[in-house]
Ligand binder design. Structure first.
Ligand code: WTA
Length: 651
């Protein structure tokens, strides 16, 4: 849990300015509207979309299974693109794309639509049908969004796999979803150099027999790449010969839209799947009210990669449905200088910026001279997502980036919730630094204790959602039991988010981080088991226990305790630790590389053999070790600490 656990009471509140409130999309009455008639409220939000056929029933709820807008038909790509073009907004810029090397493109809604139609025709030529799964493994380039929308257009499910994942992670996800096509690129640009993606796809597909028939390859870097003419197809070649005519087919509101994998408490990632009508309704509604989007005048920039849910809901679906003009940036925030993001804010006159606490803390560390080197006066609203934002980072964001003028929306949600659930509404909510404040209109969130009893003001416990919401996950791909077990069994009939939470004396919600074995590293979910399995797959490792330890920049850092086969080496230990870190990075992806690996002789286990990670976290965070009386061998912690005092390693 985060440092907010020890929260006393936050006195600072920031009321909306009268100027902001006067022009805001959301008015205070919206809460009462939703409360009076929750389903009617969601119908009003759904009415912002284009439906080919209206619903018969708003919600069918057979706990834990929801169907929203039952009987209705719509198309996601039609809502994101065709509609704007048909209504005369085709010349509006959808994306200002900025490549890391400095290349840039302005892509209009009309151009996006043409590209998506051609891509949809290409998918059809390759035999992709409605209901098929397509894996997308791409850098942050516009073609990633085109590929997603082309899938949605023909009713195929996309499964986007973050471009930083390894061949192993890629193949696990391709197999689990039984994808028949992979869309990738030769590579992308990061930290001033090209990196390759296509060879990782080749490595993944060589490792296992799958049903993948083709690999579509976008040319981004121009790197040499192996090409098998039986399987591999250049994206530009196949698109070139496609017609730019494609009528979107309208699908059932509950037609699956996508699968997105997220880490669970066991090693195997969970394929969270979302359907169409409810998801699009909530993604666009939240994008409109939380970010106060004025599509004609705002320039909106969400820095998330499309490999994560934030990129799905707040780069692709929400903003495009709302007709936003966005910035999309391929690279890292420090290339070529630590002022890159701020230079882009100035260049494109970004007015709404949505990013993660880990980046905000990194900026703080780099120093105020970088943001001060650019004109940030175009900004009018700031957002945060991914993990609890500590009050110091919130204040810095407000003062240094927002010039004390921009409201901050700290948005709590998950891959599973599909869209924002808890957040202030700009122009309405007075905010407190570090609090996501309250559930959005239409959403019901509670904090409960161990016995599922709702806590009062000042109380703490677990965050639960007590009413179904439109963009909720419809399940875990291929594992109904895991769906029920993970989310619905802890507190009968209530959705268990896996986050600790507290209500302050005013009833504001403070999120406290994960209560399960999922770590949040730079806002990315990584399971302790996943990293442990990777470590144990190394021939020198006998056993491993992994914890997320507090880290000032990344929120949590991965600290691993390993028992080596054949004992602790007297020489060459440093080399081995480096090798183990590289082994995990290769196995899962660079985001899972442990910050610190500590070699120990024993691990603290209960009599039933469960590793007590809580005690290891105490060690990793340099605290006095808590109650260890339930250990099978109470001396173990002493041994670990004495051993470590003599041989710590960190880089
Ligand atoms: C955490 C990302 C506190 C939380 C959208 C959640 C947050 C997990 C916040 C989901 C926030 C996300 N304040 N914690 N504003 N936003 N989290 O699935 O622990 O990648 O359960 O979705 O991130 O991460 P996911």
């Amino acid at each position: 849990m985060s440092s907010l656990e020890n929260l006393s009471y936050e006195e600072r509140t920031f009321a909306p300015s009268p100027e902001f409130a006067a022009q805001a999309n959301a008015q205070a009455s919206i809460y009462a509207d939703a409360e009076k008639d929750r389903l009617g409220f969601w119908e009003k939000q759904a009415a912002y979309l284009h439906w080919d056929k209206k619903w018969d029933t708003v919600l069918e709820w057979n706990s834990p299974y929801a169907k929203w807008f039952v009987g209705a038909k719509l198309n996601a790509s039609y809502n994101a693109l065709d509609r704007h073009v048909l209504e005369g907004r085709g010349e509006r810029v959808a994306f200002y794309f900025e490549g890391e090397p400095g290349d840039s493109r302005a892509i209009t809604y009309a151009q996006m639509l043409t590209d998506v139609k051609k891509a949809a025709n290409a998918l059809l030529e390759l035999g992709v049908k409605s209901g098929d799964r397509v894996a997308i493994y791409m850098p942050m380039i516009p073609e990633a969004a085109v590929a997603m929308l082309a899938c949605a257009r023909i009713g195929a499910l996309h499964s986007v796999i973050f471009g930083g994942f390894s061949a192993d992670s890629l193949i696990t996800r391709i197999e689990d979803a039984d994808a028949t096509l992979v869309i990738t690129s030769d590579g992308g640009f990061r930290k001033g150099a090209p990196f390759a993606l296509k060879p990782i796809v080749d490595e993944a597909l060589a490792a296992k027999k799958t049903n993948v028939k083709n690999v579509l390859v976008v040319k981004r870097t121009g790197q040499e790449t192996a090409f098998d003419p039986e399987i591999d197809i250049w994206w530009h070649e196949i698109l070139e010969r496609q017609s730019d005519i494609h009528e979107a087919e309208f699908f059932d509101s509950e037609h699956p839209l996508f699968i997105l994998y997220t880490s669970g408490t066991t090693g195997k990632p969970k394929g969270i799947f979302h359907t169409t009508g409810g998801y699009l309704t909530q993604a666009s509604y939240t994008h409109r009210v939380v970010f106060d989007l004025k599509p004609e005048t705002d320039v909106y920039w969400c820095t998330a990669d499309v490999g994560w849910i934030t990129g799905h809901s707040y780069v692709v679906y929400g903003p495009l449905i709302n007709g936003a003009t966005q910035v999309m940036y391929e690279g890292t925030p420090d290339t070529p200088t630590k002022g890159r993001i701020f230079e882009l804010v100035e260049k494109y006159k970004v007015s709404i910026l949505y990013t993660a606490p880990t980046l905000i803390r990194t900026w703080m560390k780099w120093g105020d001279e970088f943001p001060q080197g650019s004109d940030l006066s175009s900004l009018r609203l700031l957002g945060s997502v991914g993990e609890p934002i500590n009050p110091e980072a919130w204040m810095w964001y407000r003062e240094v980036i927002g010039g004390n003028r921009c409201p901050i929306v700290d948005t709590w949600w998950q891959t599973e919730t599909g869209a924002i659930m808890i957040s202030p509404l700009p122009g309405v909510t007075a905010t407190k630094p570090g609090s996501a404040m309250g559930a959005l209109p239409g959403i019901v969130a509670k904090v409960v204790d161990d016995e599922a009893k709702v806590v009062g003001k000042g109380g703490g416990g677990y965050l639960v959602l007590t009413q179904p919401w439109p963009s909720m996950l419809r399940g875990i791909w291929g594992s109904d039991e895991r769906y029920r077990e993970t989310y619905w069994s802890r507190f009968d009939g209530k959705y268990f988010a896996g986050d600790g939470a507290k209500l302050d004396e005013d009833g504001a919600i403070w999120l406290l981080g994960r209560v399960d074995d999922v770590m949040l590293v730079s806002g990315h979910n990584i399971s302790t088991t996943e990293v442990e399995s990777s470590l144990v797959s190394h021939p020198n490792v006998a056993e491993a226990a992994v914890v997320g330890a507090k880290d000032d920049t990344t929120g949590q850092g991965i600290v691993a305790f390993v028992i080596l086969r054949g004992g602790i080496p007297s020489v060459g230990g440093e080399e081995l630790i480096k090798e183990l870190k590289a082994h995990v990075a290769k196995g899962i992806g660079a985001i899972a590389r442990p910050k610190q690996i500590l070699v120990v002789n024993e691990l603290p286990k209960t009599r039933s053999g469960k590793i007590m990670r809580r005690l290891l976290r105490d060690v990793a965070e340099n605290r006095a070790v808590g109650d260890s009386t339930t250990l099978a061998d109470p001396n173990v912690m002493k041994l670990i600490q004495t051993g470590l005092a003599t041989g710590k390693s960190e880089d």
